[in-house]
Write a protein that binds this ligand. Structure first.
Ligand code: SF4
Length: 362
């Protein structure tokens, strides 16, 4: 999304509806108010501060890692959180944590942006790579499996890689730049997939409290358009190219649908999140188990695969290492013979469902 696209200009000569002193410079996407840049910065930052305080996201003295991809969401998050930490004396020790998936022409370039952010914001950076953790880069995985299911591997590995990086940094919490649009999309996708267990968790502002490192989303109510505008007006240094392996099909459809709704009614994004929050999950719905993986020993909040209690990352890695890359990928209608053969060779390891992250900026 380009900043010029979202920075709708109000009619010339209008005054800011907040300060009534300066000329309005933009129409705020969330409320359609016509305001000046200074008031936009103030409301944008203070709304995020309000979310942090209302939800008690942090305690003084905590070490907090910011999942940093170099994209607009995590760059704005790093910038705003550093500002708020200073302004409101949160007392946090902030770090940047990046995952190098090994995607040439995408992640190598975006990591250069994060390295500049490290200097610009004075935040220590830790990079963990798939190659070091798993012995595979995404380039190598895509070479083996093609462009189908690549995001399943990448998403599962990234989740664990972030937890491992957070453990190395000895942080108390991990914050991610998931914004209101991402969460509304995920609510819709979980409804479309009938994934009620995930639907019940996807609107939580903090997750994984019973796991190794709790994760928070301070941008839960922040519109993507406003993040783009903020980054643009503040001239923040971010990387805006999409992953070269992004399939984007199903999530892209939900994204377009939400953008259409937003055009008619800006509140639609918040309303979808509210609907997700208010869903009541039947007590008979089977929820994912959590436990220690019998292979890597790592605590996984993801579904454990029975009867061999391995985490998803280990099942997928085993498939790669045994030359059975479809091991652990959910079988769909019309699955080909090779896939069913691979599944039979899994010897007791149940398959897990494919879940793509699309272009989510972790
Ligand atoms: Fe990984 Fe996201 Fe690229 Fe998929 S789109 S390969 S999950 S970075």
């Amino acid at each position: 999304m380009e900043a010029e696209e979202v920075a709708a200009k109000p009619p010339k000569g209008r005054f800011c509806t907040i300060c009534n002193q300066r000329r309005a410079a933009l129409k705020r996407p969330k409320t359609l108010e016509q305001i000046c840049r200074e008031c936009f910065y103030a409301v944008f930052e203070e709304e995020i501060h309000g979310v942090i305080v209302d939800n008690q996201l942090f305690k003084p003295g905590e070490r907090v890692a910011i999942g940093a991809s170099g994209g607009k969401d995590s760059t704005v998050l790093a910038y705003v959180l550093s500002e708020l930490n200073r302004r409101h004396n949160y007392g946090l020790d902030l770090f940047l944590l990046s995952v190098d998936e090994g995607i040439t022409g995408y992640r190598d370039d975006s990591l250069e942006t994060v390295k500049r952010n490290e200097i610009q914001y004075g935040l220590p950076l830790k990079v963990v790579s798939y190659k070091d953790l798993y012995g595979w880069t995404m380039d190598e995985i895509v070479k083996l499996i093609g462009l189908k299911n690549n995001c399943t591997f990448c998403g599962v590995f990234r989740r664990q890689a972030l937890d491992r990086g957070a453990t190395l940094l000895k942080v108390d919490k991990l914050v991610t730049g998931h914004n209101a649009d991402d969460i509304a999309e995920t609510v819709l996708l979980n409804i479309l997939r009938g994934d009620i267990a995930r639907l019940s968790r996807c609107t939580s502002i903090t997750t994984g409290e019973d796991g190794p490192i709790p994760r928070c989303k301070p941008f839960k109510y922040t519109y993507e358009k406003e993040i783009v505008m903020y980054a643009y007006f503040k001239r923040l240094d971010y990387f805006s190219t999409e992953c070269i392996y992004s399939p984007n099909a199903y999530r892209g459809f939900a994204r377009e649908f939400i953008k259409d709704l937003e055009r008619i009614r800006p509140r639609a994004i918040l309303d979808i999140i509210k609907s997700g929050e208010d869903f009541r999950i039947s007590t008979s719905t089977k929820m994912p188990e959590q436990g220690n993986c019998e292979r890597c020993g790592y605590i996984s909040s993801q579904v454990m695969c029975k009867p061999v209690k391995w985490c998803k990352a280990c099942v997928l890695l085993e498939g790669l290492n045994r030359g059975l890359p479809k091991l652990g990928i959910g079988r769909s209608r019309g699955a080909n013979n090779e896939q069913s053969k691979n599944a039979k060779e899994a010897k007791g390891i149940d398959s897990i469902q494919s879940k793509q992250c699309g272009t989510l900026d972790f």
